[in-house]
Design a protein around this ligand. Structure first.
Ligand SMILES: [Zn+2]
Length: 355
């Protein structure tokens, strides 16, 4: 299955699911045309296989009408010439050259939080030296190589984050809204190569979280239906979900991702079964998709459970940040100010992850 067959797939959905699809998504297809001059023809055939594919390009547009986010999908763009300068050294050599920085010696070379450090089996925490929020910590992996982790390590990182959140909240009752993010390598905006995740706790929910919470609440009011359940039902019917051992844990290859090869994992709790499913997913993300640079964001409910109108599940979002050998960040004016431009087919991503 490919995204180009989406219209056919939608037509085959059962009426209830199709109604939900139409409620949430708007899909359209346009054709971009151009003419290749003779001197370019050989090069185009070599690069893109066929001149016809380039002269008539199919672009699929998907908009999520609830979150007002959208994608412009053109698979041809993943084959377009990249003129950014390539790095010479191989990745692992490059990673080795960054050894012996502060994160290789966290006890001596990184600040600690006012309550001290939390130590896991495979990591230790530090206080972020230049804070994005009043509580901003770092989970420093014991291993330097930011891609050298297995399932046990990831479970340990998240369990350590949970203990850090508890200590923050004990120290400061106004610190209520926890968030975890993981930027892996420079293309994903990591300023330090050594493996690490980051955690913040804020006195109020972040702007994007607030907006999503309001949109989900509005959806619930309007349709008397849970947005995330409907979103999962649609992805499942389209064949864009991954199997889990728990009926509560839901994993989707996003039809309308925030960047290439976006995954979303949902659960009602931030607990060990979720950590284990996330860990397994990340190992497949790295090994089966061969992704080396990525962002992860984990949106969590308030620490004190005082807010009764919290509408969001625990939500883990994962995006691929592309080819590390290219200096092009692949987030430009379109992505920042208009709509995501995507070239990786979610159906292919799902197949690779389950292969
Ligand atoms: Zn290091």
């Amino acid at each position: 299955m490919t995204l180009s067959k989406l219209e056919e797939l939608i037509a085959q959905l059962n009426p209830q699911t199709r109604e939900k699809f139409i409620r949430i998504f708007e899909v359209s297809q346009v054709e971009g045309k151009l003419k290749i001059p003779k001197p370019m023809q050989n090069w185009v055939e070599e690069k893109f296989e066929s001149i016809a594919n380039v002269e008539n390009q199919q672009i699929i547009k998907i908009i999520n009408k609830i979150t007002h986010r959208g994608i412009l999908f053109n698979p041809l763009r993943s084959q377009r010439p990249n003129q950014a300068e390539n790095h010479d050294a191989t990745l692992s050599e490059l990673i080795q050259t960054t050894k012996n920085g502060p994160f290789c010696h966290p006890e001596e070379m990184t600040p600690e939080d006012v309550f001290g450090r939390v130590r896991g089996a495979y990591c230790t925490t530090a206080s972020n030296i230049a804070k994005a929020d009043c509580w901003h910590g770092v989970i420093i992996f014991n291993k330097h190589d930011p891609l050298d982790w297995g399932e046990n390590e990831i479970v340990d990182f998240l369990s350590t984050a949970k203990r850090w959140f508890e200590l923050v909240h004990q120290s400061d009752k106004t610190a209520r809204y926890p968030f975890i993010f993981w930027n892996c390598l420079w293309k994903a905006s990591a300023s330090i190569v050594h493996g690490h995740m980051q955690m913040t706790v804020s006195e109020s929910a972040y702007a994007k979280t607030k907006l999503l919470s309001e949109q989900v609440e509005q959806y619930q009011r309007q349709y008397r239906s849970n947005y995330f359940n409907d979103l999962y039902e649609i992805h499942n019917a389209l064949g864009l979900t991954l199997h889990t051992d728990s009926s509560d844990i839901k994993i989707m290859v996003s039809l309308c991702p925030k960047k290439e090869r976006g995954l979303v994992i949902l659960n009602n709790k931030f607990d060990r079964p979720l950590w284990e499913h996330f860990a397994k997913t990340m190992v497949a993300y790295r090994d089966k998709l061969r992704i080396k640079t990525f962002n992860v964001g984990i949106t969590l409910p308030p620490l004190d459970n005082l807010q009764t109108n919290w509408n969001l599940p625990v939500m883990i979002e994962i995006i691929d940040r592309g080819d590390l050998s290219s200096n092009n960040p692949e987030i430009g004016g379109m992505e920042k100010f208009a709509q995501e431009v995507i070239s990786r087919d979610p159906f292919r991503t799902r197949n690779l992850l389950t292969s």
